[in-house]
Design a protein around this ligand. Structure first.
Ligand SMILES: C[S@@+](CC[C@H](N)C(=O)[O-])C[C@H]1O[C@@H](n2cnc3c(N)ncnc32)[C@H](O)[C@@H]1O
Length: 192
């Protein structure tokens, strides 16, 4: 099946909120492929100073900004669900412009590819954590829900410039467990 134009697969609320229960950020956030702002809006609600840009105009943030051509100021953290077709390039570019952390949502299998072996060995801005979802999340082309959910499993990947040692793995709690214990998450679009 063809990919959505510009790889637009917006993130729903659960994958972001649940991730932020595991990983903490300080300083400002740049969402460089912000789409309709699903990730950026959650950081804004939590009181972060957020910069949001995208190549395309989805009515949120600053459009017409190609992240891969950016050559400006650094920011504290870069957080995004990037276009997977340019995943490696997005990570390498983010390493040039993030002072502290980079967090990106990728398929589980992003970790296991010969092409990315060198990137994952980097000790200057190393991978700190791998957060697989224990419950499958769904993201839909152009945000339009279809009957068939996603067949791909995802994880958040976090790089931290100050991390020393090997990366760790931590499973993100299933949605059902989170709503039992953390009542503030509203029901995401992709769960019944
Ligand atoms: C998988 S969607 C995710 C959107 C948003 N991050 C979210 O989580 O809802 C990928 C986004 O990357 C944007 N994009 C694709 N190529 C880009 C580039 N070179 N620079 C900036 N944004 C790009 C697309 O327009 C699309 O909004």
């Amino acid at each position: 099946m063809a990919r959505a134009e510009n790889d637009f697969y917006p993130t729903t609320q659960y994958p972001i909120e649940a991730f932020l229960m595991h990983e903490k950020f300080t300083g400002n956030i740049w969402e460089p492929a912000c789409g309709e702002g699903d990730i950026a809006k959650i950081f804004l609600r939590k009181g972060f100073n957020v910069k949001a840009t995208d190549l395309v105009d989805y009515g949120f943030g600053t459009p017409g900004q190609d992240f891969l051509k950016y050559d400006g100021e650094m920011v504290d953290n870069i957080v995004t669900n990037p276009p997977f077709l340019f995943g490696t390039k997005f990570v390498l570019q983010a390493k040039r412009f993030a002072r502290h952390k980079i967090a990106m949502l990728f398929p589980l299998s992003f970790i296991g590819c010969q092409e990315r072996y060198e990137m994952f060995q980097d000790k200057e801005f190393p991978l700190k954590a791998y957060y697989p979802f224990s419950q499958r999340i769904s993201m839909y082309a152009d945000g339009k829900k279809t009957k068939n959910g996603s067949k791909i499993d995802f994880a958040w990947y976090v790089w931290d410039r100050n991390h020393i040692g090997k990366p760790w793995i931590e499973w993100i709690k299933p949605y059902t467990e989170i709503i039992l214990f953390e009542k503030h998450i509203s029901k995401p679009k992709d769960f019944k």
